[in-house]
Design a protein around this ligand. Structure first.
Ligand SMILES: Nc1ncnc2c1ncn2[C@@H]1O[C@H](COP(=O)(O)OP(=O)(O)O)[C@@H](O)[C@H]1O
Ligand SMILES: [Mg+2]
Length: 255
């Protein structure tokens, strides 16, 4: 069982979109996937068709140490092999509630360890911050998947991001590494996107996936229907690219 954080402390760069769609394609290909939503916004939860107002227990109960993880996991009604640990706004208060706890950075790690490796991959959709929720995610992860939006300020904040991973590596999780970098909202025709691509490749060397994700309106529409792209419009460019990304992801796992 491999645990991967989808992380970039910048908001709106495509973390959740990448998480939902990568998980969906991997599950469709037969891998048993758990996605843990640790963003209080709960966009992975609702984007996978789970009604947040109807949730009995969420990742909040796990982080605050009131529930085992297995008690909050829901089987996706949409996709076989896909499981979701949902989040609700309540989670926003959890960081403050756990601040005094011993091992406050490793709560999620302990909970995931109780799962007995029953999934092939666990993907954690991180909030856009460097707080305790993110630290819990980085502490338990083998690697980090970093979506970067192909825009003028793309690399702004990336130094801080890498710094955070280095800090975690020094203290909490010695073996963590960068799984891969995904360029999102990419427009092949523009000079800007191609410049950003060059810069990001220089910074992350061989970590950047060849598959880029284009700006695609269908990808933005799908969550409002509570559907991953493969169920909303599996023929659109965005679907094609996330399918391809899942293949490239898997190829790298073998390598
Ligand atoms: N490739 C894309 N094309 C078009 N819209 C996108 C794309 N990726 C993400 N979006 C939209 O951009 C917004 C931010 O994306 P999201 O995945 O929620 O980012 P994050 O989780 O990093 O905050 C959302 O409204 C989402 O639907
Ligand atoms: Mg998000």
């Amino acid at each position: 069982m491999k645990v991967i954080s989808v992380f970039n402390q910048k908001g709106g760069v495509g973390k959740t979109t990448t998480n939902i769609n990568l998980c969906s394609y991997l599950a469709m290909k037969g891998y048993k996937i758990l996605t843990i939503d640790i963003d209080p916004q709960g966009n992975t939860t609702s984007g996978l068709g789970i009604d947040k107002s109807n949730i009995d227990k969420s990742i909040y109960d796990v982080i605050t140490n009131d529930s085992p993880l297995k008690d909050v996991i829901l089987k996706s009604q949409l996709i076989e092999n896909l499981y979701v640990a949902p989040s609700t706004l309540e989670l926003a208060g959890a960081e403050i509630e756990i601040i005094e706890m011993k091992n406050r950075e490793s709560i999620l790690k302990n909970k995931i360890n109780e799962l007995n490796s029953e999934y092939d991959y666990v993907f954690i959709d991180c909030p856009p911050s460097l707080g305790l929720l993110t630290l819990n995610s980085l502490c338990v992860s083998s690697s980090v998947l970093i979506p970067i939006q192909a825009e003028f300020y793309a690399l702004e904040g990336v130094g801080q991001l890498v710094n955070t991973i280095q800090l975690v590596k020094k203290s909490l999780n010695k073996r963590i590494y960068v799984e891969g970098v995904i360029l999102t909202m990419f427009d092949n025709r523009t000079k800007l996107s191609n410049e950003v691509c060059k810069e990001v490749n220089k910074y992350f060397e061989n970590k950047v996936y060849k598959t880029t994700i284009p700006r695609n309106i269908r990808l933005a529409e799908a969550p409002s229907f509570g559907l991953p792209i493969l169920l909303y419009d599996d023929k659109c460019k965005g679907a094609e690219c996330y399918d391809k990304l899942s293949e490239e992801f898997l190829t790298r796992q073998e390598g």
